[in-house]
Design a protein. Structure first.
Ligand SMILES: [Ca+2]
Ligand SMILES: [Ca+2]
Length: 160
């Protein structure tokens, strides 16, 4: 138990001080051009998007393998029994997946085996626990955790 507590402490220390810096809000994790927040609350996809907007953010939109792997790896390390909404949807045209705020079609995907498989019943994108946090199409009204993404502000650019 002691060892477990210590390792949890070390992990939170890494999360707090290793991945973040002054340009992401406290609790958000810096990667590439963005800051990410893994929610602890559970909401349907629509309310999750609203919650992210409340943070001046959006549900995470993934355009590179590096970004996809980062989010999957982080969800695995958090090791919660949770699914996490991302900002993808195919409710406009079934089977045509787009990122919600840009309407851009997916140019990179990280679907789990057999996914997407929900047809018109499942029109929202998540990192799914039982797929080792690869991508899953799921029912948009399901109550899941979610990943918000906001722009990482580089201090040098603001000053320069
Ligand atoms: Ca669908
Ligand atoms: Ca599915």
């Amino acid at each position: 138990m002691e060892v477990y507590s210590l390792s949890v402490c070390i992990w939170y220390f890494i999360l707090a001080f290793g991945y973040t810096n002054g340009e992401c809000p406290l609790g958000w994790i810096h990667f590439g051009e963005s800051c990410y927040l893994f929610s602890t609350e559970h909401l349907n996809w629509y309310f999750a998007q609203g919650s992210c907007r409340g943070h001046d953010a959006r549900l995470a939109e993934v355009t590179t393998k590096a970004q996809a792997d980062f989010l999957t790896d982080l969800a695995l390390r958090f090791n919660r029994i949770d699914n996490y909404w991302l900002g993808g949807r195919d409710d406009v045209k079934e089977g045509i997946w787009i990122w919600s705020t840009t309407d851009m079609a997916f140019n990179y995907t990280s679907w789990g085996p057999g996914e997407p498989n929900g047809n018109t019943n499942a029109n929202c994108l998540c990192l799914y626990h039982n797929l080792k946090y690869k991508w899953d199409d799921n029912v948009c009204t399901a109550s899941f955790s979610f990943v918000c993404e906001k722009i990482y502000h580089d201090t040098d650019e603001i000053i320069g």
